[in-house]
Design a protein around this ligand. Structure first.
Ligand code: F6R
Length: 624
């Protein structure tokens, strides 16, 4: 989604803000803007398009200031254009704000403010915040207790922000400047992430650690309902009741190198090639071979409760949802616990039946996805045990779940999820062993799964070494406009994931389908111009997949197959085959997905698309 960055300190703010925006661009990028306070005035520059457009527009302008806020936008209310870009200002240009989230009652507030004479210049929901603050700053002092400004006769900066926040319904991450308080920035959050990076005589505020990590590894995580008043040498955090809150300073676990491309053409390619290492990191220290058990420190406090769990619900979105589906197959087959997997966006609006013996597991790379967070809150309210499988340390879902397991995949910057997905599958495998061994799983089975899991990084290296072959296949198929991706059992979710990847990166229409379902509709689409991709390793459903392939072939459909190394039979049915090493059936998704990530990548780049920043998409979906 949108990205926020703010700076107050002893250095020039504009270069730091622009650098932060570039690093946040992967979150959303239809327009960008910046405000600073220069010679007692708020100066704002906005541009439609990528951050480089903003940089060009700023050009030689000095923008000399030690304080400022900036934003990359992913449009929700109002089309992408300069006037709808952030920052937004009040009527007089005294207040400037950047906002992530959605102000649900903005029409009502806008109407009230317009009746009081406020003039709006954008179609956004966010602009009301600037006018609300203006309105409270102008209120007669007599109506507003002690918190008043002698110059404006209304509330002071903090008081005006606080009163404004009380009227807002919806979600926000906000950074605000007031030209009358040129040394202070106010930031606030409700349902939209915001971190305060603590440097030496400086603070960098951002919606995402990637804009902070190059300046400091010390951060303060703001909680919902908190507001911070920040100046170069101090910060104070208040809650909505204006009570001062003591905050802890935490350490970020990212480093700057992880957030760079390291010679790869794109983050997506780098992250695809990082998977042997990210999977090894997800396992590190968590495998106990002698007792065939997974050691999951993050679950220690709930270990006893987990013995009593008789049902699991997994809530997640997109790629993380596809990982959850594979978890369902693993957990039911090996841990013997009934599992349901739900789109978090649906779960939150149902009346889910939950009790103390239900564990609700959120899977999320960012740990900030609004729907997944809402689903976890709903589950908590209903008394379920909540767990997280999260990549981003310190993220909201990680903090709000009762317990959890971090992926340790490092920052994932490419919008299309790759290494986070395989690290989620690794954690789900460890969780399956952990819960299975708490129940009926034998020592032999536990040991076998873990020792096969340990071989996965080596197997992935082998698949990655065939990258050139996959690139050739991608070129051959790059001009087809439709695909059917199919798989069965453990690899049905891989068909969904492969189709999702090619859709989002290459803008190719692709449908993921359970191969057994093909005859019930999609086969009608098949002809020589509609290729299929079958994920068909040598597993318990291999023969079924072969039958499906024959049916496609009989209708002149071209087939790409993902098959187990050494399988000679498959080339009789498929036009092109990509081989993966042999592993346990439950672990084949960890291997089968790699060629599908590469196929999507190479089709995307052969069409000249910016695969790290696909159109209309954002990395972390922090609005509904
Ligand atoms: C697809 C993709 C998205 C995310 C989804 C959930 O490549 O990245 O579908 O998987 O938006 O995001 P997280 O995992 O951050 O909750």
């Amino acid at each position: 989604m949108c990205g926020i960055v703010g700076y107050v300190g002893k250095k020039e703010a504009a270069p730091i803000l622009l650098d932060g925006l570039r690093r946040l661009e992967y979150r959303g990028y239809d327009s960008a803007g910046i405000s600073i306070i220069e010679n007692g005035k708020i100066v704002t520059v906005k541009a439609t398009g990528k951050v480089v457009e903003l940089q060009n527009k700023i050009g030689e302008k000095k923008m000399a200031s030690k304080i400022g806020i900036a934003h990359t936008r992913w449009a929700t209310h109002g089309k992408p254009c300069d006037k709808n870009s952030h920052p937004h200002t009040d009527c007089k240009g005294n207040i400037s704000i950047v906002h992530n989230g959605i102000i649900e009652n903005y029409l009502e507030l806008k109407d009230q403010l317009q009746k009081k004479g406020h003039k709006f210049t954008s179609e956004t929901d966010s602009e009301v915040v600037a006018h609300l603050i203006e309105e409270f700053s102008q209120k007669p002092a007599s109506t507003r207790g002690d918190d008043r400004s002698s110059t404006r006769g209304g509330l002071d900066f903090r008081g005006a922000v606080l009163e404004s926040l009380k009227l807002i319904k919806g979600t926000y991450g906000l950074a605000i400047l007031d030209r009358n308080c040129p040394e202070q920035m106010i930031v606030a959050r409700l349902g939209s992430p915001l971190l305060l990076g603590v440097g030496k005589d400086e603070f960098i505020v951002a919606s995402d650690a990637s804009a902070i990590v190059q300046y400091t590894d010390k951060v303060v995580y703001l909680e919902d309902g908190e507001m911070a008043v920040v100046s170069a040498d101090n910060f104070e955090v208040f809650n909505v009741k204006n009570k001062l809150i003591k905050k802890e300073i935490s350490k970020l676990d990212w480093d700057i190198e992880q957030a760079q491309k390291n010679g790869y053409a794109h983050f997506m390619l780098k992250e695809t090639f990082e998977q042997p290492e990210s999977i090894a990191n997800a396992m590190r220290g968590r495998i106990s071979k002698t007792d065939g058990m997974a050691r999951l420190g993050g679950l220690r406090d709930v270990e006893e409760k987990l013995k009593d769990i008789n049902r699991i619900i997994i809530v997640s979105c997109g790629t993380s949802y596809n990982a959850g589906l594979i978890g369902e197959y693993m957990l039911e087959e090996y841990a013997g616990i009934p599992v349901e997997v739900e789109y978090a966006s649906e779960f939150r609006y149902r009346k889910p039946l939950l009790d103390k013996r239900t564990a609700v597991i959120a899977i999320s790379q960012s740990g900030e996805t609004a729907d997944t967070l809402a689903a976890i809150r709903e589950a908590k309210n209903k008394g379920a045990l909540t767990l997280g499988i999260i990549n981003t340390v310190g993220s909201t879902i990680a903090r709000e779940t009762d317990a959890g397991i971090y992926n340790h995949a490092g920052p994932e910057i490419g919008v299309a999820s790759t290494k986070a997905f395989t690290s989620q599958l690794t954690i789900l495998t460890l969780l399956t062993v952990f819960l299975g061994r708490q129940r009926d799983m034998s020592l032999v089975t536990g040991k076998r799964i873990l020792s096969e899991l340990e071989k996965i990084p080596k197997h992935i290296n082998e698949i990655l070494s065939g990258d050139k072959e996959i690139k050739k296949i991608a070129k051959k198929y790059a001009n087809f406009s439709d695909f059917l991706y199919m798989g069965r059992k453990y690899n049905f979710p891989i068909a969904l994931e492969g189709a999702l990847k090619i859709k989002e990166i290459s803008y190719v229409h692709a449908e993921g389908y359970a191969s057994g379902e093909m005859k019930h509709g999609p086969i009608a689409l098949i002809d020589e111009n509609f290729p299929s991709l079958f994920v068909a390793p040598r597993d318990s459903v291999y023969e079924k997949n072969i039958s499906g392939m024959q049916e496609i072939k009989a209708r002149s459909g071209k087939i790409i197959a993902i098959a187990t190394k050494g399988d000679k039979e498959i080339s009789k049915h498929a036009s092109d085959v990509i081989y993966i090493p042999k592993t346990l059936e439950m672990l084949t998704p960890l291997l089968a997905v790699i060629p599908l990530q590469l196929l999507a990548y190479y089709v995307g780049i052969s069409k000249g698309y910016d695969v790290d920043k696909p159109r209309n998409l954002a990395k972390s979906v922090t609005v509904e």
